[in-house]
Write a protein that binds this ligand. Sequence first.
Ligand code: AP5
Length: 183
Amino acid sequence: MRLIILGGPGAGKGTQAQFLCQYLQIPLISIGDLLREAIATQTKLGQVAQPFVEKGELVPDQTMIQFVRQRLLESDVSQGWLMDGYPRTAFQAEELHFLLDDLGEKLDWAIYLKVSEEKLMNRCLERSRADDDPEIVQRRVDLFYERTIPILEYYQYRQKLLTIDGEKTVTQVQQQILERLNS
Ligand code: AP5
């Protein structure tokens, strides 16, 4: 199965992605975690991404597209995957479609965790990640509405979108996702 999980910062993507990968026995590709690791170890990608991630800005599309292309060519993800944090822009969504076409693969579902702006802010501010400073979180939320919400239509049009109420408890969200995947 090939899945992407979409939602604002703090929507619970990482939480649900970990559960789903264990449940479905598929590898997790967490773009945010990979970027944070690349920054911590100062790889070439990390050096490019750092100034953007630190300010809550999106890393340029070209950098991300190239990175995801390389990641999806690796052997551990040839049978399926769940990607958290990608795509975030219309351009990334289209490029992912082309890339999967090239690989002879198809996306099964785009899971969207719908959570209000207020809850997104609160959940992020209750954590203590380096990019969870109030101003940076606000910027990430704004960018989510500006750049990522429009791609929901793209997946809706292709009948790939599963919209989930992300404001319920973690277990209830898990149950909703499984019900929708199995229906
Ligand atoms: P990324 O790490 O992907 O950050 P994000 O999208 O802002 O998402 P978060 O990790 O903050 O939240 P989450 O939805 O995973 O929530 P979580 O499960 O942790 O990206 C970081 C940065 O990298 C970006 O800002 C950007 O700069 C860059 N980047 C990444 N991808 C990019 C791309 N494709 N293009 C360009 N740039 C890119 O949950 C949050 C909290 O809520 C936790 O404390 C959790 O315990 C709690 N929680 C979860 N579910 C529930 C629930 N149901 N009820 C109550 N609490 C809950």
